[in-house]
Design a protein around this ligand. Sequence first.
Ligand SMILES: NC(=O)c1ccc[n+]([C@@H]2O[C@H](COP(=O)([O-])OP(=O)(O)OC[C@H]3O[C@@H](n4cnc5c(N)ncnc54)[C@H](O)[C@@H]3O)[C@@H](O)[C@H]2O)c1
Length: 437
Amino acid sequence: MKDTIPQAKGKLGVLVVGINGAVATTFIAGLLAIRKGYAQPFGSLTQMGTIRLGKRSEMKSPKIKDFVPLADSNDIVIGGWDIFDQHLYDAALESKVLEPKDLDPIKGELQRLHPMPAVFDNYYVKRLNGTYVKKGATKMELAEQLRADIRDFKDKTGVDRIVMVWCGSTEIFMGESEVHKTIEKFENGLQDNDVNITPSMIYAYASLMEGVPYANGAPNLTTDIPALTWLAKEKKVAIAGKDFKTGQTLIKTVIAPMLKARLLGLEGWFSTNILGNRDGEVLDDPYSFKTKEESKLSVLEHILQPDLYPDLYKNFYHKVRINYYPPRGDSKEGWDNIDIFGWLGYKMQMKVDFLCRDSILAAPIVLDLVLFLDLAQRVGMVGIQEWLSFYFKSPMHAPEVYPEHDLFIQQTKLKNTLRHIMGEELITHLGLEYYED
Ligand SMILES: NC(=O)c1ccc[n+]([C@@H]2O[C@H](COP(=O)([O-])OP(=O)(O)OC[C@H]3O[C@@H](n4cnc5c(N)ncnc54)[C@H](O)[C@@H]3O)[C@@H](O)[C@H]2O)c1
């Protein structure tokens, strides 16, 4: 594949849905600060990660950004939508993630960034009331307005390529229904204002129709429906999702594979969170929480494979709670109590208390996803990008396979995909040195 990859020439547009939110403003302010040399891109695989090439004895581990032709983060141009008309400096201050001392040196740039009016309906996010919202008689009309926004953004900024990322609020739980099954039914549903088509799906539809790759940072179904995965392939566009894997689930997808690797049984896993940001407030609504709960719960079943290991994992009890607790702001606390058993059934416990910062963990994921999706698009990798499962709690996957949740399998898949793209040998960790010649 190596010789055929178009290089990342020109500017890369990044359109962020929910641009005034905590994750989005932390990503954007961070990007601007890093560009000016005020900070380092900690947490970002594309900026700091390395990749081993060849045998261990060759000692060849270039930085990922020197190995694959990623867009330069200096070439990113930001735009986006929100339901509140506020420039990004005020929005970032309000999010209370980054301190004024870190925002003030980039105040001018942040003040110049204004959202475009959003496609929003309070039916789908009950705790928010948007004031800066597009009007249209049908959902199709709203999609057309978003498509016009994308084209205007491209004309005004002169960007060569665009990636769209959903950093908007979590929508209410929505299962797959008839209107999601084919693109014909979906487009009729847009004309008929079908209630099962959410705002995030309207953005995704507009993105795909404009040939723009789309990443979904929330657990909403969005592109994870047959109509839109089909459209992504048809329009030859890369998509990835769902739900950024940041705090508690990141830890869970490291500990659970360890339990399975050592055949330690699980009796119960109780996870609770307190957080006080707007995301926490939205998730305090039971309908939005249900979407998040499904995303967080599915992880253990897939990693532990109770059908293969019934004696160890058949009946474990798994509970996930999220509690809105304003004093904490974005500084979430995630507790896990894990009841396990080992040799002869003797019981043990693990306790994890992760005092994390949600948006600090999510921001580098946004940057990596943007750069990798842009790469995938240039390479001609279309549809669901399973190699980006590394970044998601509920990785999208082909219908015939189960999702891969184990963080280190995900990491291997990601790095092997990069090796494959560049025509390098894949690393299998197979040790042939034990055999006689
Ligand atoms: N921070 C994390 O670690 C993390 C991890 C996984 C997933 N997520 C998800 O990422 C999303 C963003 O999280 P956050 O903490 O920034 O939340 P936030 O509430 O601070 O930001 C969400 C933003 O989206 C805007 N918005 C809502 N609906 C919109 C629409 N239809 N169009 C345009 N804008 C819209 C809101 O006004 C708000 O500015 C949430 O869905 C959250 O569940 C976050």
